[in-house]
Unconditional design. Structure first.
Length: 202
């Protein structure tokens, strides 16, 4: 991927990502043009996508240009679609949240959980659906690596504002006392959970 203009990230965000993933095992939740770009930096990339058409398009490209990328298609549940086949999660006029709900992505969340527990990822990028639930998942399984969340609201002082969807649900994952905010660049945040060491186990 030589045309970085196709990547939906600001140059400052790409630089932050570049510095964190170089030579690492990287899980990307939400595939795109950045998948092939980041593959040039990483030792290995696993990428998860929900939409079948987009998944096939990205897979065709990465299969031709990347030898270190594995793509996974984890679709949402049937309840994520209305009677006409429209995705309610992105159809805000139909009451969708924009990122979906835990009910709409139940098997998706479980599939991602299995991936994380099976593989020793250094860095995880959350840039897909049910972002709040996925951050809670990382906390619940005590993920020890670095994770990033894209499309956050960050003010000019670097403070992260809580995201609120169109139903008024607050994405409050930044209130975890164990959460360390490593860095932010525009709408990209980098985090790590700090777990207390049990002295009895040393």
């Amino acid at each position: 991927m030589n045309d970085e203009s196709l990547i939906q990230m600001h140059p400052q965000e790409r630089m932050l990502l570049h510095n964190l993933v170089e030579g690492k095992y990287y899980l990307e939740i939400g595939s795109g043009y950045s998948t092939a770009w980041v593959a040039n930096l990483c030792d290995k990339v696993d990428s998860v996508e929900t939409r079948e058409e987009w998944f096939r398009k990205v897979k065709t490209y990465t299969d031709e240009h990347c030898s270190n990328v594995t793509l996974y298609h984890f679709p949402p549940e049937e309840c994520a679609y209305d009677d006409n086949g429209y995705e309610t999660l992105i159809s805000l006029g139909r009451g969708g949240s924009g990122y979906g709900t835990a009910e709409e992505f139940k098997s998706y969340i479980q599939s991602i959980k299995k991936l994380i527990l099976k593989n020793d990822y250094d860095v995880i990028m959350i840039d897909g659906n049910v972002r709040n639930e996925l951050v809670h998942l990382l906390k619940d399984i005590k993920f020890s690596g670095i994770f990033m969340v894209h499309d956050l609201s960050v003010d000019h002082k670097g403070r992260i504002d809580l995201s609120v969807d169109n139903k008024g649900n607050i994405y409050d994952f930044f209130d975890f006392p164990e959460l360390d905010i490593i860095d932010t660049k525009l709408s990209l945040g980098t985090f790590k959970f700090i777990w207390e060491t049990n002295n009895d186990d040393i």
